[in-house]
Design a protein around this ligand. Sequence first.
Ligand code: ADP
Ligand code: GN1
Ligand code: MG
Length: 373
Amino acid sequence: MTSPFVPENDKNILEVLAAYELPASLVGAVRYGQGHINDTFCLLCQPQEGDCIRYILQGLSSAAFPEPEKLMENFIGITSYLRDKVTAAGGDPMRETLSLVKTKDGKDYYTDTSGKLWRLTPFIENTDCFQSATPELFEASARAFGNFQYMLQGYPAETLHETIANFHNTEDRYAKFEAALKADKLGRAKDIADEIKFVTDRKADCSVALEALRQGKLPLRVTHNDTKLNNILIDRDTHEGICVIDLDTTMPGLSMNDFGDSIRFGANHSKEDEKDLSKVNFDIELYEVYVRGFLEGAKGSLTEAELEYLPWGARLMTLECGIRFLTDYLDGDHYFRIHYPEQNLDRCRTQFKLVRDMEEQFEAMNAVVKKYA
Ligand code: ADP
Ligand code: GN1
Ligand code: MG
């Protein structure tokens, strides 16, 4: 067999590829998708006859996930559970949830000589993954994320590992920001006084969700915790969200955060790192279609208090994400993959612009939830 095409910088994956027995000749492995965390490749296998068979090969980020084996335990537990649910409902488990391809040794993943964990999943074909969407597609993604939470209602949450400690603990995110600011490793703080003030002015906001949780108002559920539009695959024929992907942070959490993170990313018309902030505007119409879809997908499973806190979820996930980008910028960009030096600062600025918009339109955001609840 001739060797597959692999970009020069990524030749280290040849070791990983050797661990798998693929059903047809591997002709290429190319970097794929727009995720900020994992190393994602699309593998192309060409059988003697017929179309290419594709796979997604992912190396888990060691910076994000300190205990990748535990993460894979979650992945296997959740996907097995969903597979049974999908099958019982007459769906196609190979399209409606992720599955793993075993290594030659019959293992669920491969750990390379540097200690990095890799997994291989069949590519879910005839789907699209969007970075921005029409209202119809955004609503479809909302139904799918609402339904994801609904389907996992009965999952034994106590068996899930916390893959990233304090992931949506916004108070802890604030503390980490303060620590990075104090350390100011690269001397960047002097040029970002406005952004620093933006965060410190909102210290009290960082406690809103946690306070409600501490008071017993909000239940912990099994949530996805990273509900970006590009973490869902949309079926090309039905235009419905067919498969929720990127399950690495699925663990006990708050429904308001799953709702909120989708709004953060999808209820606007700009890129997450747009430099021209005049183009970055919260779109309350997209927000409204998402509310409608999410509540439809959740099928009445949210409590009154959870419904009441949804708009706060949008504000807080956006604020928290901006704080995380700013913290990583101060820290020297070790967590989020960047393609140019100021990218995390640009990302932070778009988030803060969206937070401002949401603060101004908060009454209207609350009214929309009341309309559909
Ligand atoms: P990250 O954690 O880095 O965001 P993801 O798991 O979200 O990694 O994968 C990155 C991208 O790869 C997704 O946004 C999607 O475009 C694509 N992708 C991942 N898994 C699949 C799959 N099984 N089938 C088709 N596309 C996929
Ligand atoms: C990361 O992995 P990805 O690109 O889907 C991050 C999210 C952030 C998001 C910002 C594990 O998501 O928490 O909200 O970037 N994922 C992790 O775009 O930290
Ligand atoms: Mg992703």
